[in-house]
Design a protein around this ligand. Structure first.
Ligand code: ADP
Ligand code: ZN
Length: 761
């Protein structure tokens, strides 16, 4: 009753249908800026009929207080007239970039990744699109009032030009050939009214790309490439067949060239292609090589300034761009005539978004292909096990092998060198005599080497020589890493920096601290000491902070400005350097101790990638994997570059342990600054989840709740509970229930739902 009083019935009187409306009205389905996982319907007032469509930014009354709230219209439908339907309060005219299929895709992301539609579409549309740029343009209108005095010729001309319509001020003055003074008199006499109308800012046409002419096809395809192209072209054939094609080729087999040729054909048929690449900083070479092969190319990445990003997307939406190359969010590029999606290096973790919606761009690409009936091409030398599993179990996945390197290039011989005992401390050589000798030979022959050591910093950590206590991060408990250049200790998980303590942290001990374990800066020093004439280039996120640094360093190495490229995993990614004869990997198995069920997969990928950097042109080459202990099985597979055996073994193990890709996983993270709050809530949540699982969701497994590996981030204490289910549907069903029942909604400051998690810290 009280509710009725608060809402006066007269409020929507103006929505009473006219006879012509035949009792039907336009209804906008809106993603409103709230955490709710649903859409809301609003009536579209006549004034906004012409403006509102999918993608239009709107303001709507929302919630108890009917506060005006932002939203994005996702659909407009005609429905039976319903007087209880509240109307939109405002709509912003702008370009409509959201096609029906992008709306469908966004709603799927919202549902699958359990994320509010508003948040999802906010990630999908650039902010400038959500509030399109408009400028206020002065307009004129004749009021139609009778004039008391006689009109001058000029005044009459202006009134005649205006007629009964509204007209831009500038156009009207120009058409009548009169000055602003004439207008002023008419306004003063109340015959003309000045108005202001919002108009979208006109778009500059997209510049046709390269300044240099677009590079021609320089070489004959190898038989393998030719075959792959034929199979891919066949997939384009039935115009609306959805297919996922995995291009599985050893590093240097010329996958990029296959993408180029297939995309050419897509463009020839008047359609557009999207190429997704991992982290842009690591992909500059690929972008350059791809971009210069096409004429109408757009590159999209997160560092693009907002205005440029918006202009680029507008050009894509207008069909002025044939090829969109970009990082993960480019999967949502508003291509009206999409013909192909390529995901290069599809196994890369940077395709996973690390904020809500926690989408995986490769998986979204596949969904988009399905919705828009276009083939999706995944390329990798070491496919994600999820993809490999799908190739074996799903009919619409097809495997295309590219087993040989391009002519002249040969995979290097791979050798294992065992360095006895763990790395101790200063004075102990990091490099085995064998690796050192090969480095010297390589340099003597005027060739280059790449060394990978996946540990930033100088010494991995500091340890008390008396009691053995190591210096750890106060926040997360991980080892602090010593950075010699800055003389500080850093936590690589939570980015904390502290100064180096003079003595053991245990005040009763007070022993001397010494460096133990080794990191990349120590390796650099070792090398400088033992091969003094070598020109070294170190590449890690401490030396390469900006994208330009990275590009410059790589160009330098490509042009022979350094002999040895030394780095963390950054050096392994997709680089093509012709003169590299030797690739070395130091201690790759160390990563196996990370709290990530994909650790072995990552180690395998890393080794294959580094090894693949050598021998990309004529002549013999060598790869050396140096380990401290007896190598674990994953290393043995990697030495033989035998992906398929590794995958079979690893998949079997994951099956036994109930891990993806055999099951779906969801990681729930509860974070709160209050002591014990997150822990208490995670335990309560786990009980509630188990209760649902036994009642309604067969096969759903709730792991015991535990602190996250990074237990503290900023002020927040973090706990997690991991769910596993035989398929996604039962998980999404669970969260639908959570929306209705409050017992599944934890009372913590931050609650994160990560479906198909990749990050385990
Ligand atoms: P992948 O992506 O499989 O590692 P790339 O596409 O980077 O391989 O190709 C490796 C190198 O081989 C590139 O420099 C490329 O220009 C060259 N290349 C590709 N195809 C051919 C070919 N058919 N003949 C000669 N060289 C080729
Ligand atoms: Zn820390």
């Amino acid at each position: 009753m009280a509710d009725d009083k608060r809402r006066p019935p007269t409020r929507q009187l103006w929505l009473v249908p006219t006879a012509g409306q035949a009792e039907r009205s336009l209804i906008a389905e809106v993603a409103v800026k709230t955490p709710a996982r649903r859409l809301y319907s609003y009536a579209v007032p006549d004034a906004w009929r012409a403006v509102v469509r999918a993608g239009t930014a709107v303001r709507v009354p929302y919630g108890r207080g009917q506060r005006l709230t932002d939203g994005v219209c996702l659909r407009v439908t005609t429905q039976a007239w319903d007087q209880t339907q509240r109307p939109l309060a405002a709509a912003q005219p702008g370009p409509a970039w959201l096609s029906e299929s992008l709306v469908e895709l966004g709603l799927w992301v919202s549902e699958y990744y359990v994320c509010a539609p508003w948040k999802t579409f906010a990630a999908l549309l650039p902010s400038r699109l959500r509030t399109p740029r408009v400028k206020n343009v002065p307009y004129l209108r004749a009021t139609g009032a009778p004039s008391a005095d006689r009109l001058s010729t000029k005044q009459a001309a202006l009134l005649a030009a205006l007629g009964n319509a509204e007209m831009r001020r500038a156009d009207a003055l120009a058409r009548a050939g009169v000055s602003a003074a004439t207008l002023r008199t008419l306004c003063q006499r109340g015959l003309v009214e000045c108005l202001s109308r919002a108009e979208p800012v006109p778009r500059r046409p997209w510049p046709t790309q390269p300044v240099e002419p677009c590079a021609a096809d320089a070489f004959e395809l190898t038989p393998g490439q030719h075959d792959a192209c034929q199979q891919l072209l066949a997939a384009l054939e039935p115009a609306d067949a959805f297919r996922v094609l995995l291009l599985f080729g050893v590093p240097g087999s010329g996958k990029t060239e296959v993408y180029v040729r297939v995309m050419r054909e897509v463009i020839r048929r008047g359609r557009q292609a999207i190429v997704l690449i991992p982290e842009i900083a690591l992909a500059t070479q690929v972008v350059d090589r791809l971009a210069r092969r096409f004429e109408r190319v757009a590159v999209l990445h997160s560092q693009l300034p907002a205005r440029l990003r918006c202009e680029t997307l507008a050009a894509v939406a207008a069909g002025e761009v044939d090829v969109v190359i970009g990082t993960r969010s480019a999967v949502f590029a508003p291509c009206p005539k999409l013909g192909l999606i390529v995901v290069d290096e599809e196994q890369e973790t940077s395709f996973k978004n690390l904020a809500a919606p926690y989408y995986h761009a490769r998986d979204v690409a596949i969904k988009r292909g399905q919705i828009e009936h276009v083939p999706v091409m995944l390329g990798s030398a070491t496919p994600a096990l999820e993809t490999w599993y799908n190739v074996q179990h799903r009919p619409h996945f097809q495997l295309i092998r590219l087993p040989q390197r391009v002519p002249g290039a040969h995979l290097p011989e791979v050798q294992l060198v065992q360095r006895h005992g763990p790395h101790a401390g200063p004075g102990d050589d990091m490099l085995s005599p064998r690796l050192r000798a090969e480095l010297a030979d390589t340099l003597a022959a005027g060739q280059q080497a790449i060394l990978l050591y996946n540990r930033r910093g100088y010494a991995a950590y500091l340890r008390c020589t008396k009691c053995g206590l190591t210096v750890r991060c106060e926040r997360c408990g991980g080892h602090l890493v010593f950075h010699r250049a800055e003389q500080t200790l850093k936590c690589h998980r939570c980015s904390v920096r502290v100064s180096v303590p003079p003595r053991c942290l245990d005040s009763t001990c007070g022993g001397r601290l010494a460096q133990t374990g080794l990191a990349i800066q120590r390796l650099e020093e070792d090398l400088r000491a033992s091969i003094p004439h070598a020109r070294l280039l170190r590449l890690d996120s401490d030396t390469m902070r900006r994208r330009e640094d990275y590009q410059q360093a790589l160009r330098g190495f490509e042009n022979g400005a350094a002999d040895i490229l030394l780095g963390t995993q950054m050096v392994a990614k997709g680089l093509d350097f012709p003169r590299v004869r030797l690739a070395g990997v130091i201690d790759p198995a160390a990563a196996l101790s990370l709290p990530d069920f994909r650790a072995a997969e990552r180690v395998f990928q890393l080794i294959v990638q580094v090894v693949g950097r050598a021998g990309r042109r004529e002549g013999p080459s060598l790869a050396i994997v140096q380990t401290a202990e007896r190598p674990p099985p994953v290393i043995a597979h990697a030495l033989r570059m035998d992906y398929e055996s590794f995958a079979a073994e690893e998949l079997e193990q994951r099956r036994r342990l109930y891990y993806p890709p055999h099951v779906r996983m969801v990681r729930l993270i509860l974070a709160d600054p209050r002591p014990n709050r997150a822990r208490a809530e995670v335990e309560r949540l786990a009980v509630a989840l188990r209760d649902r699982a036994t009642r309604a969701h067969a096969g759903l497994r709730v792991d015991p709740p535990e602190p996250c590996p990074v237990k503290r981030r900023g002020e927040l204490l973090r706990y997690q509970v991991v769910l596993r289910a035989p398929h996604g549907a039962s998980i999404q069903g669970l969260f639908d229930e959570a929306d209705r029942g409050k017992d599944l909604a934890p009372r913590v400051q931050r609650f994160t739902i990560d479906v198909d998690p990749v990050d385990w810290l």
